[in-house]
Design a protein around this ligand. Structure first.
Ligand SMILES: [Zn+2]
Ligand SMILES: [Zn+2]
Length: 541
């Protein structure tokens, strides 16, 4: 999420979510920390969305729970946000505006206009914020494609912006490490058709549901090859209905089949268009691969096409899916050799072209991991932006631009918030650390009963393992730990220590040291101390 602030006006651009790394146990999503905005809600004039991918719109429902502002975006983007709000059962009335190509949205000091770009989803826009000091351009995610599917990019407007002068350019860095120019959608369309023409059995085609142009290519290939399409996956169904409504998808009559027909239609007449190109555990293709889909199973002779490239964090699960599909007898086509996928992000030549076109005074590489931002920074230097005018910013680090110069400001309250089972939790590394320890080393529960008058143990300590050791194999070890602990706690009995927290601390310290020395492991120790004043009621069994 980016913000442009001038006097009493803040313009927000995009509000996305990030998927957690594998070590963030239990975290569903990561969304921006909005503390800075919560302090000045009145100043937020609008949120402008560059396009409808999750990493650009996913946090909108969470923002709307605390803030209210009009939302501007392309038609598809707005429809996707609306569907998202419905999923979240958010009923507050939101002021939505669909961006028109030549529209200008003006506020007291700032005004905003747009230019169409090419990306792996229709209705992608670059956003221009005109300020009293000059124009700030946010490219959104983009690539240059001279033979795209659907609408073309507004190259003319981009050139005009460059002619007029751009104060600062914020540009997509995702593919800044990739040489050359990104493959055209047209080339992919041809490959998809040729590939499906060669298949004899069923084709299972997996791609991102939001890649509407790719879906259209599959529809075209199906029609050319006399095949019909079965759609599998909730997000795929949703995009088919929205895409058709907005005129992005053109589906010949009779092209779509329902689940019942799949069993009676000859294999050479079937394409199953499904989610799961990233190996997502609950997606249709993953369940088919695992043999757990209720209606569809793999037959020898099936061809599965992964029209996608795995996001780095998903490589293992994608490979697992591919293995399972191959084991079931399917031919699986994936990877760069087939030209069945192209990135929606510009490679180095595209990025250079954007910088050269915009000729900005200041350059800010955005969107990507840190090394990609740095690689984009070097690229900008190569095309003539002086290094002292390029700013690689960390989250929360503002760039302060005045009439004559720019400098990094002091960090704003910022960071990431975690979404855990639909609830937003502030970023607490301790919580995640603890979960990781639980996952790695398990938990050891210590139960004992303490007479709080005499400070003597009258039952326990009993050690119970959950995910730490398999008790049947570690009986001896647990017994040794128990007696070791007992003698350590004897000291507290002698001191007549009645405070439970001191007992807990001692238990934790003794067992952590013991198990680390024995097994080099540090389970989470949980003490359950039952303190009683009438020991006769307690029976030690
Ligand atoms: Zn995108
Ligand atoms: Zn993105």
């Amino acid at each position: 999420m980016y913000g442009i602030e001038y006097k009493n006006e803040i313009i927000l651009i995009d509000a996305g979510l990030k998927f957690p790394d594998a070590h963030m146990n239990g975290v569903d999503y990561i969304i921006p920390d909005i503390r800075y905005l919560l302090d000045k809600p009145q100043q937020i004039k609008a949120l402008f969305l560059t396009h409808g991918h999750e990493d650009h719109i996913g946090a909108v429902p969470y923002l709307l729970k605390h803030l209210s502002f009009p939302i501007y975006g392309g038609a598809l983007t707005i429809d996707l946000v609306k569907a998202k709000l419905e999923e979240h059962k958010l009923t507050n009335s939101v002021d939505f505006h669909i961006i028109q190509d030549h529209e200008r949205v003006s506020f007291q000091h700032l005004s905003v206009h747009f230019f169409r770009t090419i990306h792996s989803i229709p209705d992608a826009f670059g956003i221009v914020v005109d300020t009293p000091y000059g124009s700030i351009v946010h490219t959104g995610d983009f690539k240059f494609d001279m033979t795209p599917e659907g609408k073309t990019a507004d190259l003319h407007k981009m050139m005009q912006l460059g002619e007029k002068g751009v104060l600062a350019l914020l540009s997509d860095s995702t593919n800044s490490e990739r040489e050359g120019q990104s493959l055209s959608e047209h080339t992919v369309g041809k490959s998809v058709l040729e590939l499906i023409q060669q298949c004899e059995g069923r084709v299972l085609f997996a791609t991102f549901a939001s890649n509407v142009h790719r879906l259209q290519q599959v529809i075209h290939a199906a029609s050319e090859c006399n095949r019909r399409i079965l759609i599998l996956g909730r997000s795929m169904e949703k995009i088919f209905s929205i895409g058709q409504e907005l005129g992005h998808l053109h589906i010949p009559q009779g092209m779509l089949m329902d689940m019942k027909e799949i069993h009676t239609t000859p294999h050479h007449q079937v394409i199953i268009l499904c989610t799961g190109s990233q190996g997502e555990p609950n997606a249709a293709l993953t369940r088919i691969a695992a043999g757990s889909h209720r209606h569809v199973q793999i037959f020898p002779g099936d061809t599965v096409v992964f029209s996608s490239s795995p996001i780095p964090g998903n490589i293992i699960q994608v490979n697992r899916s591919i293995d399972m599909l191959m084991r079931s007898g399917a031919a699986v086509l994936y990877g760069a050799e087939y030209d069945i996928h192209t990135s929606g992000h510009g490679s180095r030549e595209d990025l250079k072209l954007m910088i050269r076109t915009m000729r900005p005074k200041y350059f800010i590489p955005i969107h990507g991991e840190y090394r990609m931002l740095v690689s984009h920074q070097k690229l900008a230097e190569q095309v003539g932006i002086p290094s002292n005018r390029i700013y690689v910013l960390n989250i929360g680090e503002p760039l302060l631009i005045t009439k004559y110069h720019a400098r990094k400001g002091r960090n704003l309250p910022s960071g990431s918030s975690f979404v855990i089972r639909g609830k937003v939790e502030s970023h607490e590394p301790e919580l995640i650390d603890e979960r990781n320890r639980l996952a790695k080393d398990g938990v050891l529960i210590v139960a004992l009963v303490l007479n709080n008058e005499t400070c003597q143990m009258i039952a326990g300590p009993d050690l119970i393992s959950r995910g730490f050791v398999y008790v049947r194999d570690a009986n001896e070890l647990m017994k040794t730990a128990e007696s070791h602990l007992k003698s350590a706690l004897y000291g507290l009995e002698q001191k007549k220590e009645a405070r439970c927290e001191i007992w807990e601390h001692k238990i934790s310290e003794v067992l952590q040291n013991f198990f680390y020395s024995q097994l080099q492991r540090t389970p989470v120790i949980f003490s359950s101390i039952h303190s009683v004043s009438h020991p006769t009621q307690v029976k030690d069994d």
